[in-house]
Design a protein around this ligand. Structure first.
Ligand code: PMT
Length: 211
């Protein structure tokens, strides 16, 4: 398979030194890319700003903002059989970005934002026979919210990620997830390394790829 993976946060710049972002380090997405390359798949990894080395055999495309990531996904998706959107994409960006560092005296205490496009929904018309996998990072009821996003975003599989646990979610090497598809009962996995979570997702993709 040719697998397109996104990883890490996006940064939404207000000026060259200030930005909105989130706690994603890219570890989960890089682990998926590594698991896929280890199993002989061709992998393109679209990475937000992270400090991780590229896994061996993986082609990496670095991006900064959600709009950059959307552009990269749109360019690379046609050459791939599956898309795994593990990136924590910022839903909002500053309505105005300055090319120069803003002076404190020029800034307002209220920041005007505008919505970023939903990448999965934007590329949905290109889906065809491709498998689309999303993640749902949740602090409330992970399974219910993941089920909602599975249907809302037209996904084949969503990985429900309870990010309230200290050993799961952002910035750690382990994760505790549930695989939810439209056609099978939810499969809860025990605490495991992010690489093993990546391997479980790869096994699902290999079972469901459409020839
Ligand atoms: O990087 P780590 O430190 O290892 O942390 C891993 C992780 C917690 C970031 C990862 O496991 C995870 O849960 N990633 C998805 C986080 C997220 O932003 O979820 P969401 O519920 O906001 O988005 C749902 C899905 O829509 C995701 O697949 C997301 O990539 C996608 N999305 C979101 C917003 C947007 N504008 N476009 C999108 O396509």
């Amino acid at each position: 398979m040719q697998i397109l993976v996104t990883a890490g946060p996006t940064r939404e710049h207000l000026d060259p030194v200030r930005f909105l972002s989130n706690r994603s380090t890219g570890k989960m997405g890089f682990a998926i890319a590594q698991a896929a390359a280890e199993r002989g798949h061709a992998v393109t990894l679209i990475a937000g700003p992270v400090t991780l080395p590229t896994p061996p055999g993986v082609t990496r495309v670095d991006v900064v903002s959600a709009l950059d990531m959307l552009d990269a996904v749109q360019r690379h998706l046609p050459q791939h059989d599956a898309l795994v959107m593990c990136a924590a994409v910022a839903d909002w960006r500053p309505a105005r970005a300055s090319a120069n560092k803003l002076k404190k005296s020029d800034m307002q205490p209220v920041l005007m934002l505008e919505p970023n496009p939903d990448i999965l929904k934007t590329v949905r018309p290109l889906k065809g026979a491709r498998l689309f996998v999303g993640f749902a990072a949740e602090t409330g009821d992970p399974l219910a919210e993941a089920q909602r996003k599975l249907a809302d975003k037209g996904l084949d599989l969503i990985i429900a990620n309870d990010v309230t646990q200290p050993d799961a979610g952002f910035a750690v090497d382990t994760n505790r997830v549930t695989l939810i598809s439209a056609t099978e009962p939810p499969a809860g996995l025990p605490l495991m390394s992010k690489l093993d979570v990546g391997r479980a997702i790869l096994s699902w993709l290999e079972r469901h790829v459409r020839a």
